[in-house]
Design a protein around this ligand. Sequence first.
Ligand code: ATP
Ligand code: MG
Length: 378
Amino acid sequence: MLAPGSWLGCLGGGQLGRMFVHAAQAMGYKVLVLDPDANGPAAQAADDVIVAAYDDMDAIAAFGRRVAAVTTEFENVPAASLEALGAMVPTRPGAAAVRIAQDRRKEKRFFVEHGLPVGPFAVIERAEDLRDAPGQMFPGLLKTATLGYDGKGQQRVTSTTQALLAWMSMKQAPCVLEAMIPFECEISVLVARSATGEVRVWPVQENQHVNGILDLTIVPARLDAAVVDLAQTLARQLVEALDYVGVLCVEIFVTANGLLLNEIAPRPHNSGHYTIEACQTSQFEQQVRALVGAPLGDPSLVQPAVMVNVLGDVWFDALIPMQPAWSEVLALLGSHVHLYGKAEARTARKMGHVTCVAATQDAALATAVEVKRILRIP
Ligand code: ATP
Ligand code: MG
């Protein structure tokens, strides 16, 4: 295990990196962040920052020389940069797993190859691929194969013609066409695997999205034990199949006919923020543990939790800038406010989250409803 006091590298400077930095520092490590933004959420908290583009190979090499191990906080770091770092220091997760998660084509094929359940899809690289797509793909979602997040780079399409038009508007970038899944609910599962192959799975969380962005996470998910069990088994299978080291999240649709994998994130996840207050080990502490080669922590739930995402919208009232009523939120029993230090609030931008914990799920849900009312989140 790397001794506390060692320098850890974090590629990426967003809120996930910020919370990783907090966890690493709490355990006595120092963190060097590499990010193009000198004042991003993680850079503000880090012990030091290299301000550079993720594909600046000189900066990547300088970064690698200063740290004992590297992790990443978002999946769009060029796999080549991770590969270069992997040749210098332990890099967790490694380039191979991240490369799969970065590209919906590779991701879907990986699911199929490993017998993991996935909905109907077609890889779109030429106009013929769209023309050949069977009728069962509509209504569907056309998603760019790379660089999508928070529902960006996606268009709902109901026919081949409409899909062709949508694809033109996406500049004919490689895409995946997915059939619209009539899901009963969405869940996600966080899982961690160590370099020695130890695997730990958190309780399953239930997620509600608004406009393609996570709005609410409810834990434990209100599902039969058998469904929870299956979801956790799929998460285990995934990290084994990927030979993964680190924290990973898998997003799953719960349908009348069973579970279908949506996508994976090779890092901690927005739907896992509740683990900070509600679990024995948070997703960020686990990321540190996996990175430094420590034993993995116990992921079990200590108390029910509901997380409310806070988007930039709450800083505006009919387009007029305003300060949200934080003191009212903080007055609620069991509410934990997290703000990411982003300088500018913008519509649909993730600015923070509030985790509500309570002795019962109903009580946690009631607190979350209050949080949403106070912050005027629809
Ligand atoms: P994020 O980064 O927030 O996870 P993303 O841009 O990677 O988002 P997806 O997870 O693929 O995008 O889709 C965002 C949301 O859109 C999903 O959580 C789900 O609510 C809805 N969605 C995506 N694909 C489908 C589908 N095939 N059928 C039904 N709903 C879908
Ligand atoms: Mg998603």
